[in-house]
Design a binder for this molecule. Structure first.
Ligand code: XIL
Length: 334
């Protein structure tokens, strides 16, 4: 058991203030339910972060109910929260194999119909939030896993449109908002191993073909014990050398919970990991933002998706600061 370090309402500067000083987008993924039902959730979110991204409500299967039929309510609510609190808004995500609306998959559409539908959808959502969403995850997780990964060929988008769906999505997004920064986003692409190399090759190819891409999102769903290595530095440097920006887009550091609660040692290890990621952002060229996938362990996707794992975020289930919070604070101050 550990003793938590008290509620975050403390005399020290908030993370938001520190991030503003460093000109860093510091954000968290937002779960719309606690945002409207738990006052503390909204309070701490807007006090500690300058950026929000929707954990789910900007994804196509939540918004896109049919051809020309969009349900904007929840996405609009988040956009309004961001505006009211002077926060930047990241758009996640336009094209993802795991977020294809059921009606589209089952619709028996031809290739050219799917292409046309996707074009209309991207135009609709990107223009709706034009001038507010500053960065879009245009394509999410298009690269497969394995030793020599290429594109995921079993993705709905690949099967329906072919590999050019990626170029097209970026071009359509750019048409709808020429000022938005357009990102390719993926997981386990943080280092120089095959997935990182494949993502690098993909974005380099996009650039070479004149496709409007501005950055790479490194999700950073990490496992406790993770520390930064030279390989992470090399990877972000080669991205920056292309003239692209990069962001940590979905950071969490999960741990195995044996007896329910994390030990002091686990929490200190986690804090060292958070310190390393944020320092990578602050010290290496090209980084524009650091976003966590949630901010309180009370609302995190990890326990549901990884059985036996949890405690992955900087605040605990009572919204109290964990050592990870202090580590982020220290890194931003230094
Ligand atoms: C996850 C959400 O956290 C869950 O609530 C949802 O059920 C599934 O998606 N990579 C991504 C995110 O790009 O969109 C995923 O979010 C987590 C992994």
């Amino acid at each position: 058991m550990y003793q938590n370090e008290g509620a975050v309402a403390i005399a020290q500067d908030t993370l938001r203030l520190l991030a503003d000083r460093r000109d860093l987008l510091l954000g968290a993924a937002v779960d719309m339910h606690p945002l409207s039902t738990e006052p503390r959730y909204a309070e701490i979110l807007s006090r500690e972060f300058n950026t929000v991204v929707a954990e789910n409500v900007f994804k196509p299967h939540f918004v896109w109910a049919g051809p020309d039929d969009y349900r904007w309510d929840n996405a609009d609510r988040l956009a309004q929260f961001a505006r009211e609190n002077g926060m930047a808004l990241r758009g996640h995500t336009l094209v993802w194999h795991q977020a294809v609306p059921a009606w589209l998959q089952a619709g028996g559409y031809t290739s050219s119909e799917v292409r046309r539908l996707l074009e209309d959808y991207i135009h609709a959502i990107v223009s709706r939030y034009r001038g507010q969403v500053c960065d879009w995850d245009v394509v999410n997780e298009a690269i497969a896993e394995g030793d020599d990964p290429g594109l995921r060929e079993n993705s709905f988008w690949f099967k329906a449109i072919g590999p050019e769906y990626i170029d097209l999505a970026f071009r359509w997004a750019h048409e709808a908002d020429p000022n938005a920064r357009l990102y390719y986003n993926d997981y386990e692409a943080e280092d120089m191993r095959p997935k990182g190399n494949a993502v690098f090759a993909l974005v380099k190819g996009l650039q070479k073909r004149g496709v409007p891409i501005h950055g790479v999102g490194l999700q950073c769903h990490l496992v406790n014990g993770w520390r930064v290595t030279d390989e992470h530095r090399q990877n972000v440097r080669r991205i920056a050398d292309l003239g692209l920006t990069w962001q940590v887009t979905e950071c969490d550091i999960r741990m195995q919970l044996e007896g329910g609660a994390p030990t002091r040692e686990q929490l200190e290890t986690q804090a060292a990991g958070y310190h390393d990621v944020i320092e990578l952002c602050l010290c290496e060229p090209g980084c524009r933002g650091f976003l966590c996938w949630g901010f309180t362990d009370k609302h995190s996707w990890i326990p549901e998706f990884r059985q036996g794992w949890g405690a992955a975020l900087p605040l605990d289930e009572e919204y109290c600061a964990k050592p990870a919070y202090r580590a982020i604070q220290r890194a931003l101050e230094s």
